[in-house]
Design a protein around this ligand. Structure first.
Ligand code: G6P
Length: 485
């Protein structure tokens, strides 16, 4: 590492994230197919049209690893494939190390902590297995820090993303003190009393890792302040909540808030293409002239899909006037199936969906349509059709679905929104806000949303769309870059 620290590369701007802008899958004949990923970061980076920028990410599966091994220096040959101009360097991390870091620490520990997902009488258990995972997480973060140190030009700006990479900022600063380092958390941040469940050294290492950055940024002020609270309680750091700074070990890190918005221009254009029109026609056929409640999520514990379904069931049980007059369209895409909790959750979602259809369905009415495979144009079609959008996470960094639906909606859509979603900070005024644990209150909000007068719904949707697109991904990215420089 000391030897490497004297080298520098040519990239003036670097992004680091676990999941990169592209991924590979392999066919039966061994051929590799390249796919572009979605999400705010991929759109955001298109704002910089700089071919010397580098995106460092991890190889996530065997097909990615094969592609990396065929590429010189781990730089992928994208053959002109458009990911916004920059080069992609994928790290071929030992599969066992990667799995322990990604599944064991990032997704089963840090994600659970920040989203308050533990069933605390039985979990978490921090034992010797966790200690091996934690060691792998350190190795994984060090691999990123070294790759970034090698690629970065003197004084370059490096934007490190999310909970997978909380140690990387401090490790990178040790290697390359000349760099401007930013860290961005796309998740909520845990309150200190919950955060302190982590072993003391682990909790401290995650915080000092991020404080290795010049700027640590969050999606909302609420999450930034929670991070500051943890720094104060766990590290004894000095916090200025007005200036939004944290001082620890003689260095000051600025906290930033950048509320990622929906990409209005892209969505409006994409949602009116023929493939979306075709899916919209198919959904209309299924739904008839009934009203629709739409939700679109990864099948993710924090998204609270089960309570959403229970709320819909309560609506049908308690207000029979909706029988045969409403359809709930729920898209729940597969996610993180290496974790048993996610497999069990997926099964629970399917079971309750079946129960609802068994209890209320008739020969001519299917009260619930559940799709468990990902189809972006079909999601857009559902966005256009929705009379009501249900976004009820237990806790969510932002939640872009809440921002995308009002932008795409054809005739206006009432938004039922959890007060624990980051999007609540920007959309509360025109949404129907719910406590995500209260299924009766959620059912009542669904009823109010379904009965909202058309004119009011249209007015609210317009204001929601304006608020949702206030900071589009490109500007979100540039704001961070400028603030860092
Ligand atoms: C969240 C995280 C991202 C992550 C995404 C999908 O949005 O903030 O960092 O990429 O979930 O999760 P996955 O584990 O499939 O990458």
């Amino acid at each position: 590492a000391t030897e490497r620290s004297n080298q520098s590369g040519a990239a003036p701007i670097l992004v680091a994230s676990n999941r990169g802008p592209v991924s590979f899958s392999s066919g039966d004949d061994g051929s590799l197919t390249l796919r572009r990923g979605g999400g705010g970061l991929v759109s955001g980076l298109s704002a910089i049209d700089d071919p010397s920028a580098v995106w460092v990410c991890a190889a996530l599966g065997e097909a990615d690893r094969t592609a990396v091994r065929q590429s010189p220096d781990g730089r992928l040959d994208l053959g002109g494939f458009d990911v916004g101009g920059q080069a992609v360097r994928m790290l071929d991390i030992d599969p066992g190390t990667f799995a322990r870091a990604y599944n064991g620490v990032a997704n089963s520990t840090l994600w659970f902590v920040h989203h308050l997902l533990y069933d605390t009488p039985v979990s978490p258990v921090f034992d010797d297995r966790f200690r091996r995972e934690w060691e792998s997480y350190r190795v994984y973060n060090a691999a990123f820090a070294e790759a970034l140190a090698t690629e970065a030009a003197p004084g370059a700006a490096v934007l490190v993303q999310d909970y997978h990479l909380s140690l990387a900022p401090a490790l990178l600063r040790d290697l390359r003190p000349d760099l401007r380092i930013g860290h961005f958390s796309h998740t909520p941040w845990a309150p200190p009393e919950y955060y302190r469940m982590l072993p003391d050294d682990v909790g401290a290492a995650v915080l000092t890792g991020i404080l290795g950055a010049d700027r640590a940024a969050f999606l909302t002020r609420r999450w930034a302040l929670a991070f500051a609270d943890c720094c104060e309680v766990v590290l004894g750091a000095e916090v200025d909540r007005t200036a939004l700074t944290v001082t620890h070990g003689g260095r000051t890190t600025r906290l930033g808030v950048h509320g990622l918005g929906a990409d209005g221009d892209f969505l409006r254009e994409r949602a009116r293409r023929p493939d979306v029109d075709a899916r919209l026609a198919a959904l209309r056929e299924q739904v008839g002239d009934r009203r629709t409640v739409v939700r679109v999520d990864r099948t993710e514990l924090s998204k609270n899909i089960v309570r959403g379904l229970l709320a819909y069931r309560h609506l049908l049980r308690s207000r029979p006037e909706w029988l045969d007059r409403v359809v709930h369209i729920a898209f729940a895409y597969p996610s993180r199936h290496d974790l048993p909790e996610y497999r069990e959750y997926t099964a629970a979602v399917q079971r309750i969906a079946q129960e609802i259809n068994d209890e209320f369905g008739t020969a001519s009415w299917q009260p619930l349509i559940l799709h468990v495979n990902d189809d972006f144009p079909r999601s857009l079609a559902a966005y256009r059709l929705a009379d009501v959008a249900l976004v009820n996470p237990i806790r969510d960094g932002m939640n872009l679905v809440a921002k995308e639906i009002p932008v795409v909606s054809d005739d206006g859509c009432a938004l039922v929104l959890s007060r624990e979603a980051g999007a609540h900070a920007e959309l509360a005024e025109d949404a129907l806000v719910v406590n995500p644990y209260d299924v009766i209150a959620t059912a009542d909000a669904l009823h109010r949303a379904l009965t909202m007068p058309a004119a009011e719904r249209a007015d609210r949707t317009k204001r929601l769309a304006d608020a949702a697109t206030a900071l589009p991904p490109q500007q979100w990215f540039l704001d961070q870059l400028n603030a860092l420089r």
